[in-house]
Design a binder for this molecule. Structure first.
Ligand SMILES: [Zn+2]
Length: 505
């Protein structure tokens, strides 16, 4: 079920110590700390609730438990009118429950229709908030942005790496919405002069969705980014990332190694985190005897069977890694290597006793080794620890609803260094644009990969610090070839391949 639970810290009640259990099956109430053993046998009604709250006069503690494993809501009372609160809460909850099965909650709507709903729900914040998030999920968005501009806020979804303006909200409505989001994420809702970051977990029927809320102060008002971390759509298996059969096998072989460093490289938004999570999930599923630990900033998904640590102001990557290594895990994942200390500790671990998985923010594979050397990792350490460099990009997939055959132009062919013979027998497809893909011709994304295993040749080039020869060995040709394969299979089109991997030299 969907919830921005229709409760905030401001809507509490006075009364005796009491417990309220609220579930789709009904309401149950117990008094003076005694918890009802059987919720369904002790169904309370509004009348009963207001009786309890009327009798009191001091503080009340309410605990609302759920049958679906969600954490209970625990509320401590601030004096407020009570019966009214209970009525609002219960009716709001039931209304949300009913709404959660409508098209508005489950199917992608036209942006114009969403704009209409925003107007209709301006006076019902929980419903409005749920609508915007539910629609972001339904559209497969990775982010929802709210940005102030004068007396309106622009609402945008980011879908497959593109930004789509959805609607405009009156500033007054948007500000109330932002305050509610901040409350839900347990941020300081009264402060709008500092950057804040928090989390909200929602429980729609399809499985939990985590929201990471970032609020930035600005001249015109607060700018809000909601990142949607939806395990159902983002936690993939190794076989679902877009790798070829051979690449997936290669990755599994790398993951079976007892030691060594596997470095994922690519620019931001290239899908590195998704791949590394897929690798960790596959490791955890395959071999329960290997201990797996991660250091991340932030932890994006909770992974079963893996000890995850999030770094923070008091704990940086290198300090966390040093502590972690004393516990001698079998596999270590470091979210990103960007400082010399972390680089050195991590590569030493990969050299001596651990399988190290990490990402390097580098445009191309040829930049990874110079980057490590720049971080003062000794060449011998890089050369002996480095098992493989895996490069990754995301390409948009041709929209299945409007796909059709096409003939690439001579310029497009030349850009990828292709001849007509190269494309003989290929199933070239491109999207013509339709409502399903917001007229972009693309829907969804998939990864393209290139894995370079470290061989003797590369090792000796690293030892010799021969950057020129390393650049020649570690080109982006593999990624280009991977993109061309996806073009030939009709998964993506040639324009997208050129956009992502660039023209051949
Ligand atoms: Zn389409």
């Amino acid at each position: 079920m969907w919830l921005f639970e229709p409760l905030t810290g401001e809507q509490l009640v006075t009364g005796d110590d009491a417990q309220l259990h609220m579930s789709p099956q009904g309401l149950a109430l117990s008094r003076a700390g005694e918890v009802a053993a059987d919720v369904s046998a002790a169904v309370a009604d509004y009348q009963e609730l207001s009786e309890v709250t009327m009798k009191g006069g001091r503080r009340v503690r309410l605990q609302l438990s759920f049958t679906d494993g969600r954490r209970p809501w625990r509320l401590r009372g601030v004096p407020r009118p009570h019966g009214q609160w209970a009525l609002y809460t219960i009716e709001g909850y039931q209304k949300l429950l009913a709404w959660a099965s409508t098209d508005e909650a489950t199917k992608p709507l036209e942006f114009d229709t969403i704009a209409g709903c925003i107007e209709r729900y301006a006076d019902d914040l929980p419903l409005l908030g749920n609508l915007l998030i539910a629609q972001a999920v339904a559209h497969g968005a990775s982010d929802m942005d709210l940005e102030p501009a004068g007396d309106i806020y622009g609402l945008r979804y980011r879908i497959d790496g593109g930004v789509f303006p959805v609607a405009k909200l009156p500033a007054a409505t948007a500000e109330r919405l932002v305050r509610m989001l901040k409350n839900q994420a347990r941020l300081q809702s009264h402060r709008s002069d500092v950057t804040q970051e928090g989390r909200i977990r929602l429980y729609p029927a399809a499985g939990p969705v985590d929201l990471r809320l970032t609020v930035m102060p600005g001249v015109a008002g607060e700018k809000v980014n909601v990142r949607l971390l939806n395990p159902a759509t983002q936690l993939f298996g190794l076989d679902q990332l877009g790798m070829t059969q051979q690449q997936a096998e290669q990755m599994k072989a790398l993951l079976a190694r007892p030691t060594g460093a596997v470095l994922l490289c690519g620019p931001g938004g290239a899908g590195k985190t998704t791949t590394i999570y897929a690798a960790l999930s596959s490791l955890a599923a395959q071999d329960a005897t290997r201990t797996i630990a991660t250091i991340e900033n932030p932890v994006e998904f909770d992974l079963d069977g893996i000890a995850q640590t999030q770094i923070g102001p008091q704990l940086d990557f290198s300090a966390a890694l040093s502590v972690l290594l004393r516990q001698d895990p079998g596999v270590v994942m470091v979210g990103e290597i960007r400082d010399p200390q972390t680089a050195q500790i991590a590569m030493r671990a990969g050299m001596t006793g651990q399988l190290l998985l990490t990402t390097v923010h580098a445009g191309g594979p040829e930049l990874v080794i110079p980057r490590l050397l720049d971080l003062d990792v000794e060449p011998y350490m890089v050369s002996s620890a480095l098992a493989a460099i895996v490069s990754q990009r995301l390409v948009r997939k041709v929209c299945a609803a409007c796909a059709g055959a096409y003939q690439p132009t001579a310029e497009e062919m030349a850009a990828l260094g292709l001849s007509s013979a190269d494309l003989s027998g290929a199933n070239l497809q491109t999207g013509n644009g339709c409502p399903a893909c917001h007229n972009t011709g693309y829907r969804g994304r998939t990864g393209i990969f290139d894995t370079v295993l470290t061989d003797e040749d590369i090792r000796s080039l690293i030892m010799a610090r021969d950057m020129q020869a390393l650049r020649a060995r570690l080109t982006s040709d593999g990624l280009r070839a991977a993109a061309i394969e996806k073009v030939k299979a009709g998964v993506t089109d040639i324009a997208e391949a050129i956009r992502v991997v660039g023209a051949a030299q």
